[in-house]
Each structure stands twice: as C-alpha cells, then as structure tokens.
Design a protein around this ligand. Structure first.
Ligand code: SF4
Length: 363
C-alpha cells in the first residue's frame, strides 16, 4: 500500500507526519501546478468547485507516480465537501484508475467513524492512533503559528525576501522534529528566526484581512500567493483561516483567535444560520477586521461555492455599515494571476488614498 492525499497549503507536512507516526507508507502528490489543474478540469464535472478539480488532479499525478491508496476527508455538508470523497472515487474509477479510497469522517460525526478507517489501514490500536494524533497535532499547529508570524513580519522587513527565507528555514527544522520536546524547541527556534529578520516596525503599513473559502485561502497555487504579494508591498496581512483551527476538535480557533461560537454570534444580524464552509466566518471576520481598524478586506472563494456565494451577497452590506472596503475574487480554472494582481494593485491604491484622506480630515 502506498498512500497519497490532496495538496493544500502545508497539509503535506501535517498528514505526512501523522502517517509516519502510524508507520504507513505514503507519497504526497507533486505540488499543484497548471498541469494538475488541467488534469482535474478534464475529468471533474464542469460545475464542481475548484478544490474538487484540484484534488482529482493531485490524485491522478500521485497514482501515475505509484500511489494506490487515496486518503480523503469526509463531511456532512451542507456544502459539497461532504460528498467529495464519493464523487472523486467515481470520477477516477470512470477514468480507469484502480485504487483503494480511504475516507476519514470528522470526529464530530462520531469517534468510532473517525478511528475505524485509520485502524483498518494502520493495524494500530485506538490508543496508538490517539497518541500519534496527540503528538502530531501540536506540530501541525506550529506550522500555522509560524505562518501567522510571517504574515505579521514580512511587511516590515528591510530587505525583500528575508522573512520568506527565515520561514523556509523554520519550516525545515520543524519538519524534522518528532518528540514533543523537539517540536516545542523547533517552534520556539522558528519564531526567534522570524523575529530576528531586520525590520523597521515604526514604518506605517496598510492592514488587509483575507476572508473566504478555506481551500482557496490555504493553497498558494490558487490564491496566487497574494499573502506574499501583499507583504512584499508593505501590507500587513491577516488570514482568517488556519488548517489546525479548521480541523481542531474544539472549534476555538486559537491561531486565528476567534472561536466558531463567537463568529456565529457576531454574524447573526446579517446571517443567522449555518450555511456550510466559511459562509458565516467570512461575514463575521469582515466585521472583526473593521472593528480592529483594518484598511480593507479581500474576499476569495471558488466559482460555484455555495457558502461563500451567500457571504458575497451579504458582505457589501457589512462593508457599508462598517465603512470598510472589500474586494471579492471568484476563482476558477480560467482565473489568471495578471487579472488578480491588477485588481489588487488598484485596491491597495484605493486604500492608500482613503487613509490619506482620513488623515487630512482628522489632522
Ligand atoms: S466550501 Fe465551497 S468550494 Fe469549498 S467544498 Fe464547499 S462548496 Fe466547494
């Protein structure tokens, strides 16, 4: 058995680490590229959302390289993620591929459902699985914490690229860490490395929050790495979604900083019920960024994504009520970097003039 899984941000480090702890052979797919997207678009239903197309592309590339077992998360809706595993399995079998699909349901659907497939493929006991997760999760959280620190640092750096370089070094050290003590030490060392990047923290910077669908926010290939693009132009970026917040069992979201319960309560005047995905959080985080004095918000989501299409219909009202500019990007396989960057440049210019005008009024 050679297991693989889809790419999404640093999920490769997260899942790879857990599989190693469970002695399961695996190979991550190659990093997502235009070829991956072309493969997924060719085989997936036309109106499926972009993450599904990329998952299919990732799986095909991994199977061509020798993988025979596909690991996929399950879910229960109401967005389409809940049936991704089933649909992807059917699409790939129709395309002639032979494989075993392993679907891991979220712990919220019952611990037995969550643990059963892991037991079957690893041959480990519940206790051993629990231990692997307990040791692997803090490491995954460490990757998120490093990313967050990078976003808060890059805009102040004196030499372009130094924060990215420090981040890569910090990631490489954390990847090698295994024991809880090593993980803790690697996170601390990584933070020190990023904090040591020569910066001018007194320089005024624009602040932009990024909200939207989790896959688009987490995967640099589909968001055109706008976090780095903005940071390199002296914009402090705050992202509202982190992978360990998203999969964490408590829904407290310690990395992003606001729990699901708080987000639900905050968004209630605009959106009073769960619509799946990041629908409610996208609305609530836009309000939060306005309250925290951010200059603007970027909202990104895949074309045909139901939860964030709902959010897009509501956010303009939030933008007016809270006096915060918001730019929306609907991403599909036709979206090009040049178009995104051109609109972002105009948005940043608008925020700069808005800040100048405010300063002139306030003296
Ligand atoms: S949140 Fe949107 S893009 Fe993501 S899986 Fe659900 S419907 Fe698709």
């Amino acid at each position: 058995m050679l297991m693989t899984f889809p790419q999404m941000g640093h999920v490769e480090q997260l899942i790879g680490d857990i599989l190693e702890r469970l002695d399961i052979d695996y190979m991550p797919p190659p990093r997502t590229t235009a070829k991956t997207l072309a493969l997924g678009t060719k085989h997936a239903p036309e109106f499926s959302c972009l993450p599904l197309k990329l998952n299919i592309g990732n799986f095909i590339e991994a199977m061509e390289a020798g993988a025979d077992t596909l690991l996929m998360a399950g879910g229960k809706g109401p967005c389409r993620f809940g049936y991704y595993a089933e649909l992807e399995g059917r699409v790939l079998r129709d395309a002639g591929y032979d494989f075993t699909m392993v679907t891991i349901e979220p712990p919220s659907m019952g611990i037995a459902k969550f643990v059963r497939p892991i037991k079957r493929i690893s041959g480990k006991s519940t206790r051993q699985i629990w231990r692997a997760l307990k040791e692997g999760f803090p490491k995954a959280r460490g990757f998120d914490m490093l990313e967050k620190r990078v976003l808060e640092t890059r805009c102040f750096e004196l030499k372009l690229g130094e924060t990215t370089k420090a981040h890569k070094e910090a990631m490489a050290t954390l990847v090698k860490a295994k024991t809880p003590a090593e993980v803790e030490g690697a996170i601390e060392a990584g933070m020190r490395l990023i904090d040591a990047v020569p910066c001018d923290r007194e320089q005024p910077v624009l602040k932009i929050g990024i909200v939207g669908e989790f896959f688009i926010l987490l995967e640099p290939f589909v968001n055109f790495d706008i976090e780095e693009w903005l940071g390199n132009r002296g914009v402090l970026v705050s992202r509202s979604v982190y992978i360990t917040d998203w999969i964490g069992p408590t829904s407290k979201n310690p990395v992003a900083g606001t729990s699901d319960a708080e987000l639900t309560e905050l968004a209630r005047p605009y959106l009073g019920h769960f619509v799946g995905g990041e629908g409610v959080p996208s609305v609530a985080h836009t309000m939060l960024y306005a309250n925290e004095g951010f200059d603007g918000v970027v909202h990104m989501f895949p074309f045909t994504c139901m939860p964030d299409t709902i959010a897009k219909a509501i956010i303009p009202r939030v933008s007016r009520d809270y006096d915060i500019p918001v730019i929306h990007f609907t991403i599909d396989e036709q979206t090009g970097k040049a178009g995104v960057v051109t609109r972002l440049e105009a948005f940043v210019d608008l925020l700069v003039s808005r800040r100048r005008a405010k300063r002139a009024v306030n003296g």
